[in-house]
Design a protein around this ligand. Structure first.
Ligand code: ATP
Ligand code: MG
Length: 282
């Protein structure tokens, strides 16, 4: 099937959710932890949340939520010719929080089956059915990750206050700028309270990014959460790390409400809502 055969699943004027791509230049930086916990935190807002594991070779979103997928995006790829929004719903795994998950293939060799056409169709179908779509992407700037970046409304670019992570993040930011996606990029400093010669507060200066978000370091809690497959926002809601994720969810939802309320504002969604306080017109 070629690109033109995909058709659009979004009718003009139809509801479209907001897509957030969780990215990082370096692996093992916390993309899966943030994607899974943010998705579950957003369900507390009584809205529909989709979660796509875009790490097609070694995705571990299902593991992080203690899900045992019977279907994955590989099945979507195999059934793409007859896929519509009703059949597509059968491929989503329901988490107890309400998050609907499209899992990554269960073996790395299946990743090649997930073509750009499949990604395009899966993302559009997920956006048609959910208020937010969180995508845990592959590491760095692989072709498929770039496709997610291009389709996303916001990019959460994760780093930690460590030199190797900062170096990769700087290169990612420069590339995102070249691709014209800097405006929709939000820097997230994960493990901001970890012991490091580089202070979290210096990271934004090094990277030339004024308004990062901070997620504290809680190694034991996060490791335990991943091991048992229960997101910490679900059972340790009062901890600092959960509060940081809930705050992020709150900001996303309130910004979206503002943007939907004021659709005619100039500039990018991200510029308006992250960097500038909207001026009152009264
Ligand atoms: N805020 C945090 N505090 C402490 N440890 C954390 C935090 N976030 C992530 N970690 C730890 O970092 C490790 C990597 O996390 P995670 O698997 O989410 O990263 P990733 O970017 O998805 O990695 P990969 O590139 O392998 O997909 C895990 O062992 C996790 O326990
Ligand atoms: Mg991961």
């Amino acid at each position: 099937m070629n690109q033109e055969d995909t058709g659009s699943v979004l009718q003009p004027g139809a509801k479209r959710g907001e897509m957030i791509a969780v990215c990082s230049g370096k692996g093992g930086i916390g993309r899966t932890v943030l994607a899974a916990n943010l998705a579950v935190a957003l369900t507390k807002k009584n809205i529909q949340i989709g979660l796509l594991d875009g790490n097609f070779q070694f995705g571990d979103i299902a593991l992080s939520l203690d899900l045992h997928p019977t279907c994955t995006i590989k099945d979507v790829a195999e059934g793409i010719a007859d896929m519509d929004r009703y059949t597509f719903a059968n491929y989503l795994i329901h988490h107890s929080s309400g998050v609907k998950v499209l899992a990554a293939p269960d073996r790395p060799e299946f990743a090649d089956l997930i073509t750009p056409v499949v990604i395009d169709r899966a993302v559009d179908l997920l956006l048609a059915q959910h208020d937010y779509l969180i995508v845990d992407t592959g590491v760095g700037l692989q072709e498929k990750t770039i496709q997610f970046i291009e389709k996303a409304d916001q990019i959460f670019l994760l780093t930690t206050p460590e030199m190797a992570a900062i170096k990769s993040t700087k290169l990612m930011l420069e590339t995102l700028e070249l691709l014209g996606h800097r405006d929709k990029t939000q820097l997230v400093i994960n493990r901001s309270t970890m012991e490091s010669v580089i202070k979290a507060s210096d990271v934004s200066e090094i990277l030339g990014f004024e308004t990062p978000l901070y997620i504290p370091s809680e190694p034991q809690l996060v490791a335990q959460s991943l091991n048992v497959g229960i997101p910490f926002v679900a059972n340790h809601a009062k901890t600092d790390i959960s509060k940081a994720v809930f705050k992020l969810a709150e900001q996303l939802v309130s910004r979206r409400e503002i943007s939907l309320f004021k659709p005619a504002k100039q500039g990018s969604f991200f510029q308006q809502l992250f960097h500038k306080t909207p001026k009152t017109t009264t």
